[in-house]
Write a protein that binds this ligand. Sequence first.
Ligand code: FAD
Length: 372
Amino acid sequence: LRAGHYEGRIILLGEESRRPYDRPPLSKQVLAGTWEPSRTTLLSDRRVAALDLDVRLGSRAESVDLDARIVRTALGEDVLFDALVVTTGLRPRTIPGADGLEGVHVLRTLDHALALNASLVPDAELVVIGAGFLGLEVAATARSSGVNVTVVEPLAAPLENRIGPLAASRLLELHRSRGVRILTEVGVDSLDAAPTEGATRRHIDSVTLTDGTVLPATAVLVAVGCIPNTEFLASSGLEIADGVVCDAYCAAGPSIWAAGDVARWLHPGLGRHVRLEHRMNATEQANAVARNILGRGEPFAPVPFFWTDQYEAKIQVAGFVPPAGDGEIVESSDESFVQVFREEGRLVGVLGWNAAKALLPYRSELSAMVAA
Ligand SMILES: Cc1cc2nc3c(=O)[nH]c(=O)nc-3n(C[C@H](O)[C@H](O)[C@H](O)COP(=O)(O)OP(=O)(O)OC[C@H]3O[C@@H](n4cnc5c(N)ncnc54)[C@H](O)[C@@H]3O)c2cc1C
């Protein structure tokens, strides 16, 4: 907004007590202990001053009255607005029995990452529940720190629907070659605590699987997906459907906008509503919303892009991997490859395995198609 010469007041309400920070390093450098937490900060004192922001931390939005144009916070404040941007992101899903047990973690915030990091001592037994990107990134980081890691996943072929069968099987193979045990087609029956006398909170001791296997555990990460933070909008009258439903301009109502992981908007290039849980989309969509608040009236039609880093593998995907996912390898060496995905002969996605540079022309081709 400031880059677009907006001179009015900007109030940033945030539930967390920390200043905004970058989340991708939480499962990588911060969890590994190679980055100080301060390195993830997105908003320094200098920047707050330069942008003239009114930053209110520990200030959760509790409800919104669209007629009165007021956000009510948990601190009892009524914050008036001319335009409202919802960027409340997601929170981790959990599983029955996880609450109240010491040593059972989720990972979304910096505090979560620091708590999990403290349990990753050599020879610890970590059980990761869920072989999605988050679970596997944590498995890679923990294994590289000398931790014994078992990943439990109900699907037969995790991540196939996101990166296709070839990259998915190569990724699981990489984990196995590093000594991570990956158990597929099995669920969790119970999280079990050691019998303790007098302790106020019991500590995880083992995980029992649906096939009867008992896995010893000094720590557990529950990585089974996330839920959009939209409860505070329940009485607002805005349409909520697994996210805040928006039009092609990212507007959810008159002068109400949404961006980032929480926004489900009508992608004009794809002709359907999508919600992306990717870091780059959060930035691009926030910029698009700012431009539209300033009256530019531009539909938001990005090429989706995400990456994941696991061991020395950097996987990047632009566009979409279609359900069949059997793309064509167009370049390959021992350590890298590029795979393109087409539907009816038309390029719809591209995947690079340690091939960031080789991906660039395909990303341009995808952008030109979305814009066309
Ligand atoms: C561990 C981890 C690793 C990741 N790695 C990658 C990666 O490698 N590549 C990639 O593309 N993406 C990655 N991501 C995803 C990426 O971080 C997200 O897409 C991005 O953080 C989304 O930004 P956001 O601003 O929409 O939401 P968030 O970052 O979730 O921010 C939302 C903020 O709103 C606050 N909030 C919620 N409800 C309220 C309320 N009622 N009132 C006030 N404040 C509220 C929350 O506390 C939070 O601070 C990763 C995410 C995590 C957690």
